[in-house]
Design a binder for this molecule. Structure first.
Ligand code: SAM
Length: 232
């Protein structure tokens, strides 16, 4: 049956590429990806040749909808991958899914790595109920409003951040939520320099920011899991 597949790919460690992801990527008629060179490398690593690659990013995703719907209507299948992790999570994919759903086509996934899921599950903070915040707006009122929403948020919150903005975001969160709020900062998950530091907004020391980061913020009512910063 023709299907739009959302295929998760490794967030660092290529060993996390799943057999079913390889199967689907080899079988579909079109692979929509953020960067053809990067996905090409992944496919070569997996020893497969995809039928065709198309660039799908914030600028081109909308333009791909027509072709996607034509292919699905003709009985073909299409896959969406991002540079790393699960497409649609702070990555392109959502518009294609919405268009396929609206047109009544089957949408499925090869689920797998996502930095958010890994970070919240290893954080030690309550993960049963959590909110995904993704990237905060970089500045202005929108940023202030989003941070203000976290002040009384009772659930653990998961945020993505670029290394050069990490300290500023930690400082802004500390100023809003107070120095005693628990926070866990994970970097380079599944990679050689993977590191997780646990502490409070007032005391956490993340050092020279290098690599990719996920911030897991304790809910407003959560106990601090480890009050002294500790690295694993
Ligand atoms: N779709 C991806 C996912 O499912 O995790 C997220 C893509 S988003 C554009 C990239 C951000 O995810 C990075 O800036 C970082 O915050 C986080 N990230 C991705 N890979 C990571 C890793 N290996 N370690 C820590 N954070 C990571």
């Amino acid at each position: 049956m023709s299907t739009l597949w959302l295929v998760a790919t490794p967030i660092g460690n290529l060993g996390d590429l799943q057999p079913r992801a390889i199967e689907v990527l080899a079988a579909v008629d079109l692979v929509c990806c953020e960067d053809t060179r990067r996905t090409g490398q992944l496919l070569r690593h997996a020893g497969i040749r995809a039928n065709r690659l198309a660039v799908c990013n914030e600028h081109t995703e909308y333009e791909l909808i027509g072709e996607l719907l034509d292919l699905l209507a003709a009985g073909s299948s299409v896959a969406v991958v991002s540079d790393a992790g699960s497409p649609g999570i702070s990555d392109p994919g959502g518009r294609l899914v919405a268009a396929a759903v609206d047109a009544g086509h089957q949408v499925s996934a090869v689920p797998g790595p996502s930095a958010a899921t890994m970070a919240v599950t290893i954080s030690g903070l309550p993960s049963g109920r959590h909110v995904f915040e993704g990237f905060l707006p970089r500045k202005g009122r929108e940023r202030a409003e989003r941070i203000a929403e976290l002040v009384d948020e009772p659930r653990t919150a998961v945020l993505y951040e670029a290394p050069h903005r990490l300290q500023r975001t930690l400082d802004d969160l500390r100023d809003a939520c107070g120095p005693d709020r628990g926070v866990v900062v994970s970097r380079e998950l599944t990679k050689l320099h993977e590191e997780t530091v646990r502490g409070t907004l007032g005391a956490i020391a993340v050092g020279e920011p290098r690599g990719e980061y996920v911030l897991v913020l304790a809910g407003a009512t959560a106990e601090v899991v480890a009050s002294d910063a500790e690295a694993v």
